[in-house]
Design a protein around this ligand. Structure first.
Ligand code: F6R
Ligand code: MG
Ligand code: MG
Length: 367
């Protein structure tokens, strides 16, 4: 059986009215370029969408993960959209995430972000593409833990014999560039000891104990690549659902509570994660609140049927309402922690420039 690779690659290449949203012409241009790639057989299928100011390319192909042709294709799409559309209208932060002048084989490390999985297509293969704006890669830690390790979210962990053995979590240490595998339920507490620090430890993959790949998430942090603040890292995550894996509804259940994530205004604030439809995939209040879209597809012979705009439902209205209340509550803290992030996160913002100015004015305290 031929394997199918699903690649979700994204970049912020400029947006309308500040960091608000991608414009239709950017999406159209990306579609035209990917249509050509489809006609030439480079990819099997694609879907282009946006998460706030991020342009998202969902592609299927047979070339495996980290493939230079596919990454090169995505890079060229981002370049052309920047040159043809973002630059034409002087969109805000045009080409922001293209940190390098030239493409060098893999998009990771150059600014754009990727979540990719190579799979043996099951008799029926439902997948969900999650894409968030105004937050960071570790923002997927909490929902991924809840989906794959918390029976209060996922009753399948208790009821379904194929999930009952639990899962394997691969976690990246972004500071040390190391990776560790931890098994749940037996190592749940060790796992939580790491992923509770989402700015550093990020879940990159989740596999069933028999090796079946269930979820992949992007892990790059732009500030660690660039050594300075270049916008938040707005993660993407791809998951497979049903038949021995979490149900679509179990995945969505993990977003039924607007948990707090780092990002929001100037990438420097804690705020609630708000699940939204594609129509509301744009940011407003305080450049946020942080948002996530969930698009469901059926993969059939490598093709994509969909999307189902999964948060476009009244069932999530109360979650969005709760997110507004939390937003209002945390905003009242203004420039104070814990609404504003702690010093270790602020290191990658422009705050150190301001603090530097004050250094000379500090005098010794006389005993
Ligand atoms: C957060 C984000 C925005 C900007 C803010 C200031 O990820 O992108 O909140 O940080 O709008 O942007 P600049 O410095 O470009 O004026
Ligand atoms: Mg932006
Ligand atoms: Mg963004």
């Amino acid at each position: 059986m031929t394997k199918v690779t699903v690649s979700l690659i994204k970049a912020d290449v400029g947006s309308l009215a500040g960091h608000h949203k991608v414009i239709p012409e950017q999406i159209e241009t990306a579609k035209q370029l990917l249509t050509k790639a489809k006609q030439s057989g480079q990819i099997i299928d694609f879907f282009v969408f946006n998460a706030g100011d991020d342009l998202e390319l969902l592609m299927t192909h047979n070339r495996g993960v980290d493939n230079p042709d596919i990454h090169g294709l995505a890079w060229n799409v981002f370049k052309e959209v920047t040159e043809k559309v973002s630059n034409k209208y002087k969109l805000y932060a045009a080409g922001q995430d293209l940190l390098s002048e030239a493409f060098s084989g893999n998009i990771k490390g150059l600014g754009p972000m990727a979540a990719e999985m190579e799979i043996d297509e099951r008799p029926s293969e439902p997948i969900i593409a999650f894409a968030a704006d105004k937050t960071e890669p570790g923002a997927c830690n909490l929902p991924l833990y809840r989906v794959f390790a918390d029976p209060f979210c996922t009753p399948g962990l208790v009821i379904d014999p194929s999930m009952h053995e639990g899962f394997i979590f691969e976690v990246m240490d972004l500071m040390e560039n190391k990776i560790i595998s931890l098994r749940t339920p037996e190592e749940s507490y060790d796992l939580l000891a790491l992923i509770g620090t989402p700015g550093r430890f990020v879940i990159s993959r989740v596999l069933r104990k028999d090796g079946l790949l269930a979820a992949v998430a992007s892990t790059s942090r732009l500030s660690l690549i660039a050594g300075r603040y270049v916008g938040k890292d707005d993660p993407v995550c791809l998951v497979r659902a049903q038949r021995g894996l979490p149900a679509v509804g179990e995945y969505l259940e993990a977003f039924s509570y607007p948990y707090l994530v780092a990002g929001w205004m100037r990438g420097s604030h804690i705020g609630p994660m708000m699940p939204v439809s594609l129509k509301d995939s744009r940011v407003s209040r305080f450049d946020g609140p942080p948002r996530v879209v969930a698009l469901g597809f059926q993969v059939y012979n490598g093709n994509l049927l969909g999307p189902a705009d999964l948060f476009d439902d009244v069932a999530f209205d109360t979650v969005r309402q709760k997110a507004q209340e939390i937003a209002e509550y945390v905003r009242r803290h203004g420039p104070f922690m814990p609404h504003r992030l702690g010093p270790e996160e602020m290191e990658y913002t422009t705050l150190p420039q301001v603090l530097k100015k004050l250094e000379k004015r500090f005098a010794e305290v006389k005993a």
